[in-house]
Design a protein around this ligand. Structure first.
Ligand code: ZN
Length: 223
């Protein structure tokens, strides 16, 4: 890890991105050397601060269809009873019934994300832009095919951003597993503790699957 240097987590290593990403001991990618990206970077004069003053929400973005698809990938990890207590408003904002009692890992993680000080956005994105030092860089997720999480200190919106590639995942991971890794793993870690790791995201992903009686999708890396 690189302290205040670039810190970013992208699910599913891609050889096309590998040229300018360092690979961490998991099979995830961590971007650590902004200098090496200069040829991919451009400076944006006035990054818009789109921080949401409300905070405390998980919000789907994009078209109606994209919002519904991403919301479906989230709720696919919940029990039937929990599903009934979780709704998405037209705006894309996720609401959890105040009286709901959920027991699954996914429900607990979603509740943490909804109640967090930060807003967590869930975006459908082929390309992700984020801050790297004074520059704004752009990464095409083509070939990554899974998802990426941008922490608040690197996001243009000031939110924790979850990005899901609509073109799918080249390793064949189901979309709900990709979502659980990114949202319940990395993003929930970030709102809880400000940091995340590939190992902790895989542990969370594995717990979410276990709650559904499913085997691990991937092996948990050693510490
Ligand atoms: Zn990851």
């Amino acid at each position: 890890m690189s302290g205040e240097l670039d810190y970013m987590v992208a699910r599913y290593y891609s050889s096309s991105l590998g040229r300018f990403m360092a690979v961490d001991p998991g099979d995830d990618t961590v971007l650590e050397d902004p200098q090496s990206w200069n040829k991919y970077a451009y400076v944006r004069n006035n990054p818009l601060n789109r921080r949401d003053p409300d905070g405390r929400k998980v919000k789907m973005t994009g078209t109606k269809e994209e919002k519904q698809k991403r919301f479906g990938e989230i709720t696919a990890n919940l029990t039937e009873k929990e599903k009934a207590a979780v709704k998405m408003k037209k705006s894309g904002k996720v609401k959890i019934d105040k009286n709901a009692e959920g027991t699954s890992t996914a429900f607990k993680d979603l509740s943490v994300a909804v109640a967090a000080k930060q807003t967590v956005t869930v975006n459908t994105s082929e390309t992700v832009e984020y801050k790297s030092g004074n520059a704004v860089v752009s990464t095409d997720l083509k070939g990554v095919g899974g998802g990426m999480v941008v922490p608040t200190n690197q996001s243009l919106s000031g939110n924790v951003e979850v990005h899901i590639d609509p073109r799918g995942n080249q390793d064949g991971a189901p979309a709900s597993v990709v979502m659980s890794h990114e949202l319940f793993g990395h993003a929930a870690d970030l709102v809880r503790t400000g940091v995340t790791s590939e190992r902790s995201a895989i542990i969370e992903e594995t717990k979410v699957l276990a709650d559904q009686g499913k085997p691990p999708y991937r092996e948990t890396p050693d510490e």
